[in-house]
Design a protein. Structure first.
Length: 129
């Protein structure tokens, strides 16, 4: 149940960021923004949170684990948003799509930093330093 709650929180965080940047600023269709958010949520949770964050370094070195996972999530967010934008043909030229992807990824990365602390406390039940 904790993983489902974490996925919902992560989806909401990502959907708000992608929705504001892609749909609100760059006029990408709302449905496309939600598809990007859904794929990014699942991919980032599996790769960034379960594989990298949970599996990186000593479990007691939360700051190191958090930084590695946050950077990984930022890169993953950029790649997924950019590639899905290309694949969905979101009616942006490549330069605007790259800029929108970078802005979204940086903001999502900031959110991921705090989300990892939530995961440690509430999902993985790891004592945070």
């Amino acid at each position: 149940m904790n993983h489902i709650k974490a996925l919902v929180i992560k989806f909401l965080m990502i959907a708000v960021v992608v929705g504001i940047i892609m749909t609100g600023i760059y006029d990408v269709a709302f449905g496309d923004s939600m598809w990007i958010s859904l794929v990014l949520t699942i991919g980032a949770y599996l790769i960034g949170d379960l594989l990298i964050f949970r599996g990186t370094a000593n479990k007691q070195q939360q700051s190191t684990r958090n930084m590695i996972a946050t950077i990984s999530d930022l890169i993953l967010a950029f790649v997924i948003i950019w590639l899905m934008g290309l694949g969905l043909d979101v009616s942006l030229d490549n330069e605007d799509l790259i800029i929108a992807s970078i802005i979204s990824a940086v903001i999502i990365g900031l959110g991921e930093f705090f989300f990892h602390k939530y995961l440690d406390r509430n999902v993985f039940n790891t004592k945070v330093e």
